[in-house]
Design a protein around this ligand. Structure first.
Ligand SMILES: Cc1cc2nc3c(=O)[nH]c(=O)nc-3n(C[C@H](O)[C@H](O)[C@H](O)COP(=O)(O)OP(=O)(O)OC[C@H]3O[C@@H](n4cnc5c(N)ncnc54)[C@H](O)[C@@H]3O)c2cc1C
Length: 530
């Protein structure tokens, strides 16, 4: 069973290694444990549903509670405290595209607002329920999870849009293919959710972000159904797929998606190297991106993240030996860890890694082989479980991200980390912030920052601390010309920064699309547009 107020399966834990607890205490002070609401308490607060009965719609209070939030920080605090601002009045579970049409018609006739729900992993408030007089219907796509059509010759696969990462990959693996899309939320997030949020996966450097993988599909909108044919390329005016990508449930419900798939690689390999400092590391990943080497991933942990990762890994003999070996090679304080990966035939993987190593060495990087890469690979979908552990130890953790050009990168990292680190100074609280670059492009890179701070004795104050930090970091991003999101999307948390990026005319274009596809304004209100 999935946790109702945290990340992941109830049976899975990610305990903190011993030295990591002491490391956090030194940085932030002792953790502050608070009492969280029980499931029974939280369910008892769910009001009666305002929706009339329908065979595809559940009005069970537990289902409605479980669909009342995603995984953003405000969502997390709402569920932990058991005080959710608003609940859907019902949760619909369609099995087919026709069911989705019927549900939209039902919502129209009952005056309900509709929230499409994929895996519920949004971290920016895409799923938050509007309060008001209108009933709200969440449409959980989780039962629309089948492979509809696979064409190995064309390299195209069509799925129902509610398919989750592991089921999608299992269906493709059975016929010798992969999509190669691995967001860290892979365990629960869905194909429809990836398209609707313009998601990016850990191997997107090789396989492409979801916008490169999404070839066509079907979207049911309040104004009617919309088919997006799968052309290899087309010059027939604007590409309508672009209006579906990043639509955040605002224009309709994606029922089917066709994606470009690749034969399973013979080998996947992730290697590691350490640089003496950030300048050398950044110069190396820029060169790797600009050399167009067919790597599937490049992930550079900047200095603070490298120290944190090594501390969280515990003081094992292997890590102590590694540190001594690196010190001997002139890599000590200020070092940065790089992971770089390749996939394909054995011959190709060996060639790509060899070429990448040449670049690493030119920038004074010291290669340490595949063991750290393998450790990361093994745990890559387990790391989010640390959020549960940290909360229970009295520490809050959140992440934020942007992308910017190489020229602006160092000052943007400094500004974001600085805004976070100093953000709670007036409250006498410390913040630990650290960054990696995980998606590199010829002209720039994503910046992904994690920050930790102490939970306050009451949930309301914890949320206020987060608001101060999120606001300061978002301002820092926008002021330096970064995008408000490289991969998480807009939701409600980034909404007030969107116009700076799109401009008034751009916002009006989005609004007019909304008016065309959803004239009654019933789809996911408050997301993308006010
Ligand atoms: C631990 C963790 C790690 C993460 N790592 C990554 C990462 O590596 N890369 C990344 O890009 N993101 C990441 N995310 C963010 C999140 O997983 C992505 O935004 C993901 O694409 C959301 O998919 P979902 O199926 O869970 O959608 P949901 O969260 O359910 O919904 C997100 C939005 O999409 C809309 N939507 C969902 N399905 C449909 C549909 N069928 N039709 C129309 N609209 C729909 C919803 O209305 C909502 O607006 C992470 C989140 C967590 C919690």
């Amino acid at each position: 069973m999935r946790r109702w107020n945290g990340w992941g399966e109830e049976t899975v834990d990610f305990p903190l290694p011993n030295p990591a607890g002491a490391f956090l205490q030194d940085l932030l002070g002792p953790g502050v444990q608070v009492r969280d609401a029980s499931l029974e308490e939280a369910v008892s607060r769910v009001p009666s549903s305002r929706l009339p009965g329908h065979p595809l719609v559940s009005t069970s209070p537990v289902e409605r509670l479980r669909h009342s939030a995603g995984q953003s920080f405000p969502d997390w605090v709402a569920l932990r405290s058991g005080t959710v601002p608003a609940y859907p009045d019902g949760v619909a579970y369609p099995l087919t595209g026709e069911d989705v049409r019927e549900i939209l018609d039902y919502a129209g006739s009952t005056g309900a607002q509709v929230i499409p729900y994929g895996g519920g992993t949004s971290v920016v408030g895409h799923l938050s329920v509007p309060s008001g007089d209108q009933p709200v219907l969440t449409v959980d796509m989780g039962r629309m999870n089948g492979l509809v059509h696979m064409d190995g010759k064309d390299g195209l696969a069509t799925f129902q849009a509610g398919v989750r990462g592991p089921d999608l990959e299992a269906a493709l693996m059975a016929v010798g293919f992969t999509l190669g899309h691995y967001p860290q939320s892979f365990e629960f997030s869905t194909l429809g959710g990836w398209v609707a949020t313009r998601s990016s996966g850990q191997f997107s450097m090789g396989y492409g972000r979801i916008e490169r993988l999404f070839v066509g599909g079907t979207m049911e909108t309040p104004a009617g159904g919309m088919e997006l044919p799968c052309f290899p390329a087309s010059a027939a005016g604007p590409d309508l797929r672009e209006f579906v990508l990043g639509s955040e449930g605002r224009f309709g419900i994606i029922t089917h998606a066709t994606v470009r798939v690749t034969p399973l690689p013979e080998e996947e390999s992730v290697h590691a190297a350490f640089f003496p400092g950030e300048d050398q590391g950044i110069a190396a990943v820029r060169e790797l991106a600009q050399a167009s080497l067919p790597l599937v991933m490049v992930r550079l942990s900047l200095a603070r993240e490298t120290v944190t990762n090594l501390a969280l890994a515990g003081e094992s003999r292997a890590i102590n030996l590694l540190k001594r070996w690196l010190a001997f090679r002139g890599v000590g304080e200020g070092m940065c860890m790089l992971l770089y990966g390749a996939a394909g035939s054995r011959k190709k993987v060996r060639w790509v890694l060899r070429r990448a190593l040449e670049v690493v060495k030119q920038h004074r990087g010291v290669a340490v082989g595949s063991r750290p890469g393998w450790e990361w690979y093994k745990h890559r979908f387990r790391i989010p479980y640390l959020r549960n552990t940290l909360w229970e130890a009295g520490y809050a953790v959140d992440t934020l991200e942007t992308a910017t050009t190489w020229n602006r990168l160092p000052e943007t990292v400094e500004a974001v980390e600085g805004a976070l680190r100093n953000g709670l100074g007036e409250r006498g609280e410390k913040v630990h912030a650290f960054t990696h670059l995980s998606h590199v492009y010829p002209h720039g890179s994503s910046i992904y920052t994690t920050y930790l701070f102490r939970v306050a004795p009451d949930h309301g104050e914890t949320l206020r601390r987060w608001r101060v930090l999120k606001g300061a970091a978002s301002e820092a991003i926008v002021r330096r010309g970064g995008t408000i999101s490289h991969q998480h999307g807009v939701g409600v948390d980034h909404l007030s920064y969107l116009e700076t990026e799109k401009g008034p005319l751009g916002m009006e274009m989005i609004r007019s699309l909304c008016r065309t596809l959803d004239p009654g304004g019933m789809m996911n209100p408050g997301k993308l547009l006010r």
